[in-house]
Design a protein around this ligand. Structure first.
Ligand SMILES: [Zn+2]
Length: 329
């Protein structure tokens, strides 16, 4: 496809149209069609200036959320219709190399380990094109043997193109929430992680949850767990620590294999704002370098325990615990 270089705005427009076809279909059937279209069309006309706006996709109206196939047959038909739309849109390209005799060489510049959560599709989160990211998705973005094996496969086969390895957690992660509930209510653990496989996912995350709980106690005192909103705060902190710990583990793996690249980074995507943030800063769009040693992880936990992203879940009327002598994480 190297000979195909349409203007960037045109490319963006095609991608945008493909992504939003279902959104427009849903709107056309909506009783609020006119209101929704009035919101949508101005955004569409701004495309060349704003690149690609995914806001309607990340925060769809209830009408779109209700638009789900009701039977397996309908679900399969929906998938195939999507592939047909893809074929139709690519057929519009005037490129002479539309039907190459072999698939392009796989040349991802990044590996991304993320959660399977349907609201956090990694290529779309980073607005990446096909063949740019080698993606591994598993609940809680935990680093099990198969995930690590997939990443090692990429490391050894795509060394020429790989430059970065990303671990991406997300706010409100169900797997992390299950681990927090297990930690806070051990007697109910069997009901929360009801199968051996599910317990395996939860067990991977429990270390981050325990570390998050210790950080909260260090900063806010040992009775902080009694505070309303504490479980939500613990999930928020554990999501970031879980990503950071996995990034640290992967950095050790690269070291063990004597690989200086790719650089290992981590972050958290906020499912409300679509923003990828790099802890401990939970506000700016960023990815953070993997911690170098366990002490950095401890410091990160303390910083995050003080952060607004965590404390916003609790109605704290006191300052940080007087016994907390940590000044820098
Ligand atoms: Zn998740």
């Amino acid at each position: 496809m190297s000979g195909c270089t349409p203007p960037q705005a045109e490319v963006n427009s095609k991608v945008f149209d493909t992504l939003c076809t279902e959104y427009l279909e849903a709107m056309s059937r909506s009783p609020n069609r006119d209101r929704l279209l009035n919101q949508w069309i101005p955004l569409r006309s701004l495309l060349p200036e704003i690149h690609m706006d995914l806001k309607p996709w990340f925060r769809p109206p209830p009408e779109l959320l209700a638009n789900r196939p009701q039977t397996p047959t309908a679900a399969i038909a929906k998938l195939l219709a999507g592939n047909q739309r893809l074929l139709t849109s690519t057929a519009e390209c005037a490129c002479d190399e539309l039907y190459p005799h072999s698939p392009p060489k796989q040349t991802p510049f990044g590996i991304v380990l993320g959660c399977s959560d349907a609201r956090a599709p990694l290529e779309l989160v980073f607005d990446a094109e096909p063949n740019q990211l080698f993606v591994v998705r598993v609940a809680g973005n935990v680093l099990g043997d198969e995930c690590l094996g997939s990443i090692e496969y990429a490391l050894y086969n795509f060394q020429e193109s790989l430059r970065v390895l990303v671990v991406l957690g997300h706010t409100g992660c169900g797997a992390v929430t299950a681990a927090v509930r297990t930690y806070l209510s051990p007697k109910r653990a069997a009901g929360i992680a009801f199968s051996r496989s599910l317990r395996s996912v939860v067990n991977h995350i429990l270390v981050a949850v325990r570390s998050a709980a210790l950080s909260m106690e260090q900063v806010w005192g040992i009775d902080i767990h009694q505070q309303p909103g504490y479980p939500e705060a613990l999930v928020e902190l554990a999501v970031a620590l879980n990503a950071a710990m996995t990034a640290y583990q992967l950095k050790l793996e690269l070291k063990a294999h004597d690989l200086k690249e790719p650089e290992v980074v981590y972050g958290v995507i906020d499912l409300v704002t679509s923003r990828v943030v790099g802890p401990p800063d939970m506000e700016s769009v960023a990815l953070s370098p993997a911690p170098n040693d366990p002490s950095e992880l401890v410091g990160l936990g303390v910083q995050l325990a003080r952060s607004h992203a965590v404390t916003k879940h609790m109605n704290l009327i006191r300052g940080p615990f007087a016994g907390d002598s940590t000044t820098q994480g």
